[in-house]
Design a protein around this ligand. Structure first.
Ligand SMILES: NC(=O)c1ccc[n+]([C@@H]2O[C@H](COP(=O)([O-])OP(=O)(O)OC[C@H]3O[C@@H](n4cnc5c(N)ncnc54)[C@H](O)[C@@H]3O)[C@@H](O)[C@H]2O)c1
Length: 325
């Protein structure tokens, strides 16, 4: 298939590109390479994708464009006849949405609107897009199921992701565009995101710097290993043009306490963390826990990477990439 993949230089996007290419699909990657975090990491991910493309069955091309730029995006849609679109481009991060709210509206609302319009205009068969576990807010019922209420977002980031689901609903019902949203739960692994806790912890523990532990460690997250998540994304992209549900949770279904997570990194790195206990952060939620029954049933999704293995893979990549002996 010909697939447009936005956010292709991002953490999940680069891994998704590699897997799609390996499976013989042609991938057109789009990313605006913004500096929300170190763009050299995004460039390095793209080099990795290009290197993988050399031995893959599919072809890869890349265009540095902003999805909020309608005319630039329209040229891309016009040039390539996309069968499917996977929209992973977003301004991510919960805490940053308190500092720079407009960047969330720019990419997550205007950019996503452009993607919806162009998918309709150029008759894309299926749009698969990134939503987030943050839509559940402080949902008290665990595990989180797709049918739970999602009308109490704790940040503008969460509100934009919920808005994406509502916008997709309208395009599906009024314009006949087939859309599937995937609610990701704290994804970690090689090529990970420097603004996320797993990366920050690894970096600081290895560098003998103190780590901030929010809510005194009384938080838990459904940490999900990147390879498991990519298998799920690709299964949905390769699946039928219309899925049974408008949105699916895609997580590990085994929440881990923050202190246990830190201990796993300490054991892997063979170093003790210097912990600075902090209060609850604005926008943060106490727990995330995905029920993935729907994705298991419809797409045979089975995450099977134990935390210790996932952290070891991440550690090995981190040391090699940052040349730490
Ligand atoms: N990683 C997670 O744990 C997680 C959890 C929930 C949801 N998500 C969602 O999954 C998607 C991928 O996340 P990720 O972790 O790979 O994040 P990422 O920041 O590494 O990737 C997103 C990419 O989108 C690009 N981008 C941002 N604005 C753009 C724009 N206007 N036009 C074009 N490109 C733009 C960025 O440069 C970046 O490379 C995002 O939509 C994110 O909100 C991720």
């Amino acid at each position: 298939m010909n697939i447009l993949l936005t956010g292709a230089a991002g953490f999940i996007g680069s891994h998704t590109a590699v897997e799609l290419l390996r499976r013989g699909h042609n991938v057109v990657g789009v990313d605006n390479m913004n500096s929300y975090y170190d763009p050299s990491l995004k460039k390095a991910r793209l080099s990795w994708v290009r290197k993988c493309a050399r031995t893959a069955k599919g072809k890869f091309s890349f265009s540095e464009k902003d999805i909020a730029d309608l005319s630039a995006m329209e040229k891309i849609f016009k040039t390539h006849k996309f069968d499917k679109v996977c929209n992973l481009a977003a301004q991510a991060g919960v805490r940053y949405s308190f500092e720079n709210p407009s960047s969330y509206i720019h990419c997550n609302i205007i950019g996503f609107f452009n993607i919806l319009e162009l998918c309709c205009k150029y008759k894309v068969k299926h749009l698969v897009y990134a939503s987030s576990s943050s839509v559940y807010g402080n949902n008290a019922k665990v595990p989180f199921s797709e049918d739970d209420r999602t009308d109490d977002p704790q940040s503008l980031y969460a509100a934009t992701k919920k808005s994406n689901e509502l916008m997709a609903h309208v395009y599906m019902h009024q314009r006949g565009l087939s859309c599937t949203g995937l609610r990701f739960f704290t994804v970690y692994g090689p090529w990970g995101r420097p603004d996320m806790a797993p990366f920050k912890f690894m970096k600081k523990i290895l560098g003998d710097e103190p780590i901030d532990v929010y809510n005194k460690g009384k938080l838990s997250r459904d940490f999900s290993y990147i390879d498991d998540i990519v298998k799920g994304i690709v299964a949905v992209i390769e699946g039928p043009n219309k899925s049974n549900r408008p949105v699916y949770n895609i997580g590990n279904s085994r929440p881990v306490g923050l202190m246990d997570f830190i201990r796993t990194i300490e054991n892997t790195a063979g170093k003790k963390a210097k912990k600075v206990m902090k209060g609850m952060q604005p926008g943060d939620v106490y727990t995330t826990f995905a029920s993935t029954l729907a994705l298991e049933e419809d797409y045979a999704f089975r995450p099977d990477t134990p935390l210790e293995k996932g952290i070891a893979e991440f550690y090995n990549w981190y040391k090699a990439f940052y040349k730490i002996s």
